[in-house]
Design a binder for this molecule. Structure first.
Ligand SMILES: [Zn+2]
Length: 99
């Protein structure tokens, strides 16, 4: 398993857990926009944020599709690695409790 996919999977998990946030800014109407380095081709298909729906990009930037594009890895492999990482973490926790 290469380092890039592991890094991408870690970021995906952290963003899903809301412990890490995508890079971007809120405007004065509290709508969130990704920074230039965060923005990918996939973001073009996302509906622009509105006052009623201010987090459309924020939600998209936490998805496997976006993070796979950000790291230029396959979305399928990213999800597989994320599942593997989570399963491994669970085993580690069980071992710690048992110890
Ligand atoms: Zn995107």
């Amino acid at each position: 398993m290469n380092a890039k996919i592991m890094e991408a999977a870690k970021l995906y998990i952290d963003r899903q857990n809301r412990t890490v946030h995508p890079d971007g800014k809120f405007d004065n109407a509290s709508r969130w926009y990704p920074s230039d380095s965060e923005r990918c081709g996939c973001c073009d298909a996302v509906r622009s944020p509105s006052r009623a729906w201010p987090y459309s990009y924020m939600i998209h930037c936490r998805t496997a599709k976006h993070i796979a594009n950000l790291y230029s890895v396959s979305e399928t492999e990213l999800k597989r690695e994320a599942r593997r990482t989570l399963a491994e973490a669970q085993i580690a926790t069980v071992e710690l409790i048992a110890a």
